[in-house]
Design a protein around this ligand. Structure first.
Ligand SMILES: NC(=O)c1ccc[n+]([C@@H]2O[C@H](COP(=O)([O-])OP(=O)(O)OC[C@H]3O[C@@H](n4cnc5c(N)ncnc54)[C@H](OP(=O)(O)O)[C@@H]3O)[C@@H](O)[C@H]2O)c1
Length: 273
């Protein structure tokens, strides 16, 4: 039995290529199906042993584990298409954050896991969030989580906690990229001689090292602030600005993203009525 992937877009391709390159799966053990088949030509050229399914039904009949990597609005259609093939042996792994396990169970009342990977899994970093329904046995949990562990950390949480956790793991690379960009632009506005590339290099290596410092030394944010921002010094002045302005910005960010998430979830729920 194969491991199947329905949908070869941003996430489907990231997972397949990463599982292969990290030797979590061999190409011969993978079967793929996607709407626009021509998009699989390069993959087949790179990994001739990979299996391309005729369609989603063919894929579902050949696979024990089925990763559904289509957009949230397309999940119901895919599930409906393959539901007659699904049985107690099959295990659906859905990537669609807005589609609840309860809704998937309306179509398939078997083994279901929900995962939220992150773009930084591409480099074997970051955290993939995961939860399982009660039908998923320990051996299946172990299999899926061991695959995902090859491409970063894995964190098992309750489904209701996904809403906030997804902002922190999957959306955060986008948030941080915006913050770094503004930090860089402001640095450029306050400098005449350093080039953009040089400023970017300084920012990126400093961010990378700062994260590593927290992880390797297991120290708190305040400990670092205390060590860098000496009383009456320059860093302290900058920290004051951030502590004054950032709480409102981040509160607004979470209010707006979580509102948006709620709206998207309501729309996804409607599709399963
Ligand atoms: N992007 C992220 O950072 C991210 C992070 C975490 C979770 N997710 C979740 O991951 C899922 C996939 O997101 P994505 O960004 O990878 O989307 P995407 O790039 O749009 O990819 C979706 C893929 O599914 C294919 N597809 C659509 N309907 C299909 C069907 N009926 N049968 C087979 N294939 C079909 C599409 O084919 P075409 O090429 O013909 O359009 C496309 O290749 C979503 O549920 C998303 O919420 C995304």
């Amino acid at each position: 039995m194969y491991v199947g992937f329905i949908g070869y877009g941003s996430m489907g391709s990231m997972l397949i290529k990463n599982f292969i390159s990290k030797k979590a799966l061999y190409p011969k053990d993978i079967v793929v199906s996607t709407r626009t088949k021509s998009k699989l030509e390069d993959l087949k050229k790179e990994y001739p042993e990979i299996n391309i399914a005729e369609n989603n039904i063919d894929l579902a009949s050949k696979s024990k584990y089925i990763f559904i990597c289509v957009k949230q609005t397309e999940v119901k259609g895919v599930l409906t298409e393959i539901k007659d093939i699904l049985n107690e042996e099959k295990h659906i792994i859905s990537l669609a954050g807005a589609v609840t396990i309860k809704n998937i169970e309306k179509v398939f009342n078997g083994k279901i896991s929900k995962i939220t990977p992150t773009i930084i899994s591409e480099i074997g970093e970051g955290i993939t969030l995961i939860c399982h329904n009660c039908k998923v046995e320990d051996e299946d949990k172990k299999f899926i989580e061991s695959l995902l562990l090859k491409i970063g950390q894995v964190k098992r949480i309750d489904e209701e906690d996904f809403a906030l956790a997804v902002e922190l793991t999957s959306c955060a690379p986008g948030f941080f990229a915006s913050i770094f960009e503004e930090f860089m632009k402001s640095a450029l506005r306050h400098n005449r001689s350093l080039r953009e590339e040089e400023i970017k290099e300084m920012i990126l290596y400093t961010i990378y090292g700062t994260s590593k410092l927290f992880i390797d030394k297991n120290i708190t944010f305040n400990e670092v602030i205390d060590r860098v921002a000496t009383k009456g010094g320059i860093t302290e002045e900058g920290v004051k600005v951030l502590r004054e302005k950032l709480p409102n910005i981040f509160d607004e960010l979470f209010e707006r993203t979580m509102n948006k998430r709620k709206m998207i979830k309501e729309k996804a729920d409607e599709l399963f009525q």
